[in-house]
Write a protein that binds this ligand. Structure first.
Ligand code: FES
Ligand code: FES
Length: 168
């Protein structure tokens, strides 16, 4: 039993009660993934499993058995930043930075959801061939990720820029 985490195989913990968040932070010292509420309300702990966003505080490590987990460390770091990381820096998409890893992981998955044509609560035209990512759409789709510093305007602009670059 193993979980592929940022490209390396990691054994599933013997204790079936260990959350994915605790495995990442306490077991593997991947502290880029943050603990906020620890009960599914803030999004700080968001990581990707097989490219989809999940709250790692509400996910048992055992549920990721045989799957591929990507944390912020696996998305990009140092001189090899993910385009969202670059855009967050350039658009002041953070202040203290505590929510940022979760925001960026969520945004990476959210952009794929849009590309796959998955509508949100505010999508007006469900029959549209291609979804348009408005500010309202980004706010709705990112509403599970809170920022106590109030950097939401910069976060939205950063995501819109990456979406536009991708579409170009
Ligand atoms: S720490 Fe997981 S949602 Fe808040
Ligand atoms: S940048 Fe501080 S909580 Fe979001």
């Amino acid at each position: 039993m193993a979980i592929r985490i940022n490209g390396s195989d990691v054994a599933v913990p013997d204790d079936a009660r260990v959350s994915l968040l605790d495995l990442l932070r306490e077991g593997l010292h991947l502290t880029g993934t943050k603990v906020g509420c620890n009960q599914g309300a803030c999004g700080a702990c968001t990581v990707l499993i097989d490219g989809q966003r999940v709250l790692s505080c509400l996910t048992l490590a055992a549920q990721a058995d045989g799957r591929s987990v990507t944390t912020i460390e696996g998305l990009g770091s140092g001189s090899d930043l993910h385009p969202l990381q670059v855009a967050f820096i350039e658009h002041d998409g953070f202040q203290c930075g505590y929510c940022t890893p979760g925001q960026i992981c969520a945004a990476a998955a959210m952009l794929r959801e849009v590309e796959a044509g998955i509508p949100s609560y505010v999508t007006a035209d469900l029959a549209a061939e291609r979804l348009t990512l408005s500010r309202e759409e980004v706010r709705e789709r990112m509403s599970g990720n809170l920022c106590r510093c109030g950097a939401h305007n910069g976060i939205v602009e950063a995501i819109l820029r990456v979406a536009a670059e991708h579409a170009a």
